[in-house]
Design a protein around this ligand. Structure first.
Ligand SMILES: [Ca+2]
Ligand SMILES: [Ca+2]
Length: 186
């Protein structure tokens, strides 16, 4: 083989390697049941979900969503493989959450939502509005729910925690989450 051909082949291999590696990094990480995410060292495999305008950041050992948009749903997601879950037992989802904004509006400036989907199809299994009343800062609150009857026999679910920004102005809406557990015991 001549030298030029060898160099070309090596370069092609490097480019393909970089493309493949970047693609692998793009894949959302999948967690295995049970999970307990305390965000002590980072985002614990949670990734950004939803419309653009917001960012997901690791702040003060919590996961925080902040930014600005108009008519957007933005938050964070994690896919969990439930093969290890015994369906005769509970599927408990406890977590701590806090929502803030600059505008104390009863129509949901400060807000937070939970959404459970089938991971492969994004079909909805359960959705809940966690903050309904008008307040500028909910403070840290605790949530817990047994989602077993909503998940049924599905084996891969996506947990989404997000906010809705339906405002043209920037009211500095944020969500923060911590101590997210998916387990048969609290
Ligand atoms: Ca924490
Ligand atoms: Ca806005």
């Amino acid at each position: 083989m001549n030298k030029r051909l060898v160099i070309t082949l090596v370069l092609v291999e490097i480019v393909l390697g970089v493309i493949l590696y970047t693609h692998v990094l793009d894949q959302p990480q999948e967690a295995t049941f049970p999970i307990y995410d305390k965000f002590d060292t980072g985002l614990d495999g949670w990734s950004y979900w939803g419309d653009s305008g917001y960012v997901l950041e690791w702040v003060s050992n919590t996961a925080k969503i902040s930014g600005d948009g108009y008519s957007v749903d933005s938050g964070m997601q994690k896919v969990v493989d439930l093969t290890n879950w015994d369906q005769s037992e509970a599927l408990l989802l406890p977590f701590d959450y806090r929502a803030t904004s600059d505008y104390n509006s009863p129509s949901g400036t400060t807000g937070a939502f939970l959404w459970i989907q089938i991971a492969d199809t994004s079909l909805s299994l359960y959705r809940e509005n966690l903050v309904k009343e008008g307040t500028a800062d909910t403070g840290w609150r605790n949530y817990v729910k047994n989602i077993s009857m909503h998940v049924h026999t599905n084996r891969r679910i996506r947990i989404i925690l997000y906010l809705h920004d339906g405002w043209g102005p920037n009211w500095h809406q944020t969500n923060a989450y911590d101590n997210i557990k998916l387990s048969s015991t609290t």
